[in-house]
Design a protein around this ligand. Structure first.
Ligand SMILES: O=C(O)c1ccccc1N[C@@H]1O[C@H](COP(=O)(O)O)[C@@H](O)[C@H]1O
Length: 211
């Protein structure tokens, strides 16, 4: 299983993430987030990161131009759209880079209806916990069993409040489309500041257990 570590705002964390063997590094381009990368991590630093890790820009209802500019300036390999972006928006961004579209999952099956129209226009889905008044980064987890209703042919990132305590459950969780696990706030000492020792241990646990 691939691993994405999101909300990176410090150069040292980014270098440690590469060394730890993460597959994806996420950078939040949503100004209202406490993990907003702007003004914290220079575009050139992100751009110069080696090919071993995929750089993902996370956006919430941003203008197309803003996303396109960030792709160019930061050398983004993929874009995660975590707001209420529509099908056409995703289609246009996908002309440039692969698109990960986030959907908010609650107790019911609404996410299935939300996701279906995006099937032909994105590369991956990402399932995060629904939370009134927040788009993401809440540290809250949803009941993964609802994903057994998901039978569409699209790989997904499992997200929302995942931490070390979930390694055993992850090892048991089975879904044919589970592609990656996405972690963020559970590994922070402060918003945007990761405890890279804990992150590295988590990555090792996932990779060595062949999850
Ligand atoms: O992290 C944020 O601040 C954030 C803000 C707005 C949209 C998405 C955000 N982060 C994404 O949220 C998920 C889950 O994070 P957590 O593990 O629950 O903290 C993750 O995909 C981040 O990319």
């Amino acid at each position: 299983m691939k691993i994405k570590v999101c909300g990176i705002t410090r150069e040292a964390d980014l270098q440690a993430l590469v060394a730890a063997g993460a597959d994806y590094a996420g950078f939040i381009f949503y100004e209202k987030s406490p993990r907003f990368v702007g003004g914290k991590l220079a575009a050139d630093v992100v751009k110069s990161v080696g090919a071993g890790i995929q750089k993902v820009g996370v956006f919430v209802n941003a203008e197309s131009n803003t996303v396109q500019q960030a792709i160019k300036n930061y050398g983004l390999d993929a874009v995660q759209l975590h707001g209420d972006e529509g099908v056409t928006f995703c289609q246009n961004i996908r002309l440039q880079v692969p698109v990960i579209k986030a959907f908010r999952v609650g107790d019911g099956s609404t996410f299935l209806h939300d996701a279906a129209p995006f099937l032909p226009v994105v590369d991956y889905f990402l399932f995060d916990t629904a939370h009134k008044g927040a788009y993401g980064g809440t540290g809250e987890q949803f009941n993964w069993e609802v994903l057994q209703q998901f039978t569409l042919d699209k790989p997904f990132f499992l997200s929302g409040g995942i931490g070390e305590a979930d390694v055993k459950t992850l090892a048991k969780f089975r879904h044919p489309q589970l592609f990656a696990v996405d972690v963020n706030s559970k590994f922070e000492t402060a918003p945007g500041e990761k405890d890279m020792v804990r992150v590295a241990k988590f990555i090792q646990a996932i990779k060595t257990q062949n999850i």
